[in-house]
Structures are given as structure tokens and as C-alpha cells.
Design a protein around this ligand. Structure first.
Ligand SMILES: Cc1cc2nc3c(=O)[nH]c(=O)nc-3n(C[C@H](O)[C@H](O)[C@H](O)COP(=O)(O)O)c2cc1C
Length: 160
């Protein structure tokens, strides 16, 4: 079972989260996980994935323009229909709009026929409603959240 984590990142916070998610996913038996910045996606590898997770910094309470462009132009080439989808974000401020950015990515995924999963609000702590949001001050304190999210996404993909 294969999982791709695809992200935009300008100052490395979202990249770190992507790495933690991939490491968490790889803890699940039989899972192989790789993280890619949007400019360096291995399309053939992603096409063979069971789950695809996308992450973005929050810009103006939304995903970045680059992530929006990638979802619009490149994601349709990746045979996403039927795969498990998830999304995450980083932000600077506690009400900075990370969940709006996640929601917008999940909307793209639904349009592409993916089956979106939040990471499980019913799974107990950490409670994840739409997807995990990490704050940039400092991002390292969110390592456990993103690692557990990766495990939950891989466990979901393993059952699908
Ligand atoms: C142009 C710009 C717009 C931003 N807008 C927001 C915002 O609306 N809300 C927020 O909480 N943080 C905002 N930020 C902060 C980033 O979301 C935050 O630093 C993020 O972790 C950066 O991710 P990266 O290190 O992966 O590039 C903005 C940063 C930039 C450069």
C-alpha cells in the first residue's frame, strides 16, 4: 500500500510536516510513503498510490496560489479517482485560516472522485476535524500531531 504526500512550502514548515506524515504512514505494516514538493512529483509513483495527501502553507486564509495551480493543472494527470485523500496546512496565527485551506484542497479532491478522510475526529486525542493544522511558531511542536495523522491515513488506506 502506497501513500504520497504532496506539498507546497516556501520556508520549510509545510515540508517538515509532510516528512512527519510520511514517517508516520510508514509505521503502518505494509505501507510505503514518500513526500514530494509540488515541483518534483514522481507522477508514475503517485498514480500507483492508494492514498494522496496534499499540504499547503496558509496564504490570505487560503491555500497558496501555487498549490491551487498545481491542483488545477497537474493533479488531474495523476489518476486520483477512487484514492483516499487528505489535506493539511500550516499557518502563523491561531485563526489564520488553515482549516479553510484544508477545506479547499478537500473540495478539489472530491471533484476528482477521491474519498476524503480527515484523520478521524472520533479517534480521540489528537482530535482532527478536517485535517491537521500546524502553527509556524514553532512548527517542531507539531511533530507528534502530523506523525499520528500519517499513521491514521495509512491505516485508513490499508482498510479501503
Ligand atoms: C504571503 C503570505 C501570506 C500569509 N498569510 C497567512 C494567513 O492568512 N494566515 C496565517 O496564519 N499565516 C499566513 N502566512 C504565514 C504562513 O502560512 C506560515 O508561515 C506557513 O507556515 C509558511 O509555510 P512554509 O514554511 O511551508 O512556506 C502567510 C505568509 C505569507 C508569506
Amino acid at each position: 500500500m502506497k501513500i504520497a504526500v504532496i506539498y507546497d512550502s516556501k520556508t520549510d514548515n509545510t515540508a517538515k510536516c509532510a516528512g512527519w506524515i510520511a514517517a508516520g504512514a510508514a509505521k503502518v505494516a505494509g505501507a510505503e510513503a514518500r513526500a514530494f514538493p509540488i515541483g518534483k512529483v514522481d507522477a508514475d509513483w503517485v498514480k500507483g498510490c492508494d492514498a494522496v495527501i496534499a499540504g499547503t502553507p496558509t496564504y490570505m486564509a487560503e491555500m497558496t496560489a501555487d498549490m491551487h495551480m498545481w491542483l488545477e493543472r497537474e493533479a488531474p494527470k495523476l489518476n486520483l479517482a477512487g484514492k483516499i485523500g487528505g489535506a493539511f496546512a500550516t499557518e502563523q496565527y491561531v485563526h489564520g485560516g488553515g482549516e479553510r485551506a484544508i477545506s479547499s484542497i478537500l473540495t478539489f479532491m472530491m471533484v476528482y472522485g477521491m474519498m476524503v478522510y480527515s484523520g478521524g475526529g472520533s479517534k480521540g486525542r489528537p482530535v482532527i476535524h478536517l485535517g491537521p493544522v500546524g502553527m509556524s511558531t514553532p512548527i517542531d511542536s507539531y511533530k507528534d500531531l502530523f506523525t499520528i495523522y500519517g499513521e491514521r491515513m495509512a491505516a485508513c488506506a490499508a482498510k479501503a
